[in-house]
Design a protein. Structure first.
Length: 490
């Protein structure tokens, strides 16, 4: 099945932090694939920048190595076409050296789309944006891309957004969340709003509860120092998981216009029932992994990776959230994420209510309620659990079977990485899959009281053995409601 590729307008993409890990693993491979698929116009330029004193050829060698490691078998001719697009400028953010060189390159084409990708730590966002403004590099066709974390709390997020917003208008700012670029997340929108099947049932009358799991088998490793200043709630829940919750729970937007979609997501965030110091013990669970085993063998605990004797930073969090509106009143949303869990998986489970009355006798077996499973990673796909008759004579025997749609099997094409889609949306100026400032503010407004409750609590994160599904208290969080975590997956 052929994929229709729509070429974007001519552009200059400037990547700050272009010799870092994100550029190595994601950005350079994503841009290479877009080039191979013919989506980049002939004169599109990728201008890499960092404080390393590279020449153009040095950076091209670096990019070649990145593609060899993360793409694998690259096409030799396509590689040369892609590398010809790369240019390099050394800029020292601290000293301010190199901005004149960047301005000279960009001034060669002042009328094309100009995008600045800040693949650096958030402490540099304000400094870089101010320097961009001072250098006179902002035009009507300029965009800026910033990565999470957008602050460590509501106050720091406001400061960060003020600093970026002091140089760029809101319509020029693209706050990227790579989860929203995943193919399955897009298909969640298609399932809900392009089919007559689900939307009439997408409410409290028919849905019992929703589960969102983002589990990682790896630990913090070399990121332990950074991670200890963040934790699972800031690192995953405030952005990725709440964005997924919004897409599941939002009302149908007027259109796929960016602000129409983001208006509806904002309503969900504002409707989240607060979790306060009085309710945090009942509605949240914190955990921290101890030494255990994974598929690769024995692994150290978080404190060992951190190199400290103690830390109250959570590497696991489970929450019971509720949305106080007519569509979702009484429907719990169980959210969990963590490091060193039993497997790497990100999925959304929509559990429907049981049938109101069974016409079958006991010999037919137990009738399970329908369940929709949307798998984001790995092996993106959608699965619906339904009841059917077991084939063969001898009476009516029922069993649960999955109706599967694996994207890899259904379309027989390479599944583009989320960054490929999101970078092209930046060039198009399409903000649908990017967070608006008021979304960030609303997410922190819900998360901040949880952080405050934990800070004032005498309890520390509960230990869990690496390679398991987290603390036993997270199981109790669901089971005391008469439910259980779904771990059968796709």
């Amino acid at each position: 099945m052929a994929v229709r590729v729509i070429e974007v307008d001519e552009f200059d993409l400037v990547v700050f932090g272009a010799s870092g890990d994100l550029a190595h693993r994601k950005l350079i491979p994503a841009l290479y694939h877009r080039c191979c698929d013919g989506q980049l116009p002939e004169n599109a330029r990728i201008i890499a920048s960092s404080r390393r004193k590279y020449s153009d050829d040095d950076y091209k060698a670096w990019a070649r190595e990145a593609l060899s490691e993360h793409v694998g078998d690259v096409d030799a001719d396509a590689l040369e076409v892609f590398l010809a697009r790369l240019h390099y400028v050394t800029i020292d953010i601290g000293s301010g050296e190199g901005w004149d060189d960047l301005r000279t390159i960009l001034d060669e084409r002042p009328d094309v789309i100009r995008a600045f990708y800040l693949a650096v730590g958030p402490d540099l966002f304000g400094t870089i944006c101010k320097s961009i403004g001072d250098a006179g590099l902002v035009t009507d066709k300029t965009r800026v891309v910033i990565e999470k974390p957008i602050g460590k709390d509501g106050a720091s997020a406001k400061t960060l957004n003020d600093n970026v917003g002091g140089v760029f208008d809101e319509h020029q700012i693209f706050r990227i969340d790579h989860y929203l670029g995943k193919e399955t997340v897009q298909n969640l929108m298609a399932l809900r709003f392009a089919n007559a099947l689900f939307e009439p049932l997408w409410n409290a009358a028919h849905i019992d509860h929703v589960q969102i799991t983002v589990a990682e088998a790896l630990g913090t490793g070399g990121r332990a120092g950074y991670y200890d200043t963040a934790g699972a709630l800031r690192d995953m829940v405030q952005n990725h998981i709440l964005q997924l919750l919004c897409l599941v729970a939002m009302e149908p937007p007027e259109s796929m216009n960016a602000d129409s979609v983001r208006d509806e997501k904002l309503k969900v965030l504002k409707a989240l029932a607060p979790i306060t110091e009085a309710t945090a013990d009942k509605l949240t669970v914190r955990g921290q992994y101890k030494a255990g085993a994974s598929a690769g063998g024995a692994v150290p605990g978080y404190l060992e990776e951190l190199g400290r004797d103690d830390s109250t930073t959570e590497t696991f969090v489970a929450l019971k959230a509720e949305i106080a509106n007519w569509r979702w009143a009484g429907v719990p949303f169980y959210l969990r994420t963590g490091k060193r869990l039993a497997q790497r998986v990100s999925e959304i489970v929509v559990q429907f209510r049981p049938i109101p009355h069974s016409i079958f006798d006991e010999e037919a077996g137990t009738i399970s309620a329908n369940r929709l499973i949307i798998r984001l990673q790995p092996d993106e796909g959608v699965q619906m659990k339904v009841m059917i008759k077991d084939p063969g004579p001898g009476g009516m025997r029922l069993r649960e079977v999955p109706l599967d749609m694996s994207f890899a099997e259904a379309f027989k094409v390479r599944n583009p990485d989320a960054y490929e889609r999101l970078i092209m949306d930046v060039i198009r100026g399409n903000q649908t899959l990017f967070m608006r400032r008021d979304e960030v503010d609303a997410a922190w407004a819900w998360v901040d009281p949880i952080l405050a409750a934990w800070a004032n609590s005498k309890e520390t994160p509960r230990g869990y053995t690496a390679g398991t599904w987290g603390p036993s208290a997270s199981i109790a969080l669901v089971e005391r409601d008469g439910r259980t975590w779904a771990e059968d997956g796709l």
